[in-house]
Design a protein around this ligand. Sequence first.
Ligand code: A3P
Length: 306
Amino acid sequence: GGGSEKGGDDSSSVIISTLPTREGWWAAPLFRLHGCWLTARLARSVELMQAEFKPRPDDVLLATFPKSGTTWLKALAFALINHSRHPLPDRTLRPVAELEAVPSPRLLCTHLPPALLPPGMLMTSSRAVYLCREPKDVFVSYWHHVRTLSHESLVDFDKAFELFCEGVSVCGPVWEHYLEYWKLSKKNPSSSRVLFLKYEEMMAQPAKHVRTLAEFLGVPFTEEEESGGVVEEVVRLCSFQNLKDLAVNTHGVSGQIGAAVANPVKNSLWFRSGKVGLRRLGELPDAGDGTQVGLHRSGETQGVRP
Ligand code: A3P
């Protein structure tokens, strides 16, 4: 998860100690690997995954930049792949401890850009779904995320925004991340192995995109399911409000693979406001004329077209 790593002694690796480094949003430095900024823990995880992870042809990879709707995509893909057109079981948002032990087809999730994926991933017949989101919303969401985790010495809002615009945030730069997956999705449109989705479009037309996702994952809805309202039911089950209100998310906690298992985060962290646009930030006023309120570089508000 984006930003829940809290440093540690992971920079002891020889390779990591040779990487370019700079100050990030909080005390722990960021390391640059193949153009991507990573915490020491993430860099170490990349090193281990590159060395040890064995991709399978039927793996399904869910890829996102942190705070782009990963939780939503995970819930949708899980519901579709498991044909679980019934209430989601509690285990949906728990971590998979032993990747090797997971039966095929595995549903895997990453925030890494293509250049840092383990060798062979996306080279075989494995598929990936990429979900991107308006970067201003990603920034605000991420800001709240790290603030909630109360990282020591967190920089102020303006500084964080400046760093984000420079590309310096965990897994940044955001635009490179989007672009690399976008290129992969365009590479071979006839047998596309990367389905490129947008948070805002999914919010506007969830049923349409759930159908597309189901087809891409090889589990299209049958006519019976269509007429029985199953598409709408999957949309409802995975909706922000429904997931947010599940007991596992109001009261549960999770560890994460390679990070913080001993220091789990509250599942409620993954559900804040789940909306498009920045009005929810509270301190930003609604422009009042149908336009959305965006951020100016200085943190002042300005009206921008939706
Ligand atoms: P906000 O902070 O803007 O509310 P990630 O899962 O990648 O960490 O992204 C978290 C963002 O997705 C948060 O955005 C969160 O509220 C939103 N989110 C979580 N579940 C969602 C859902 N089912 N539908 C839409 N947005 C969701």
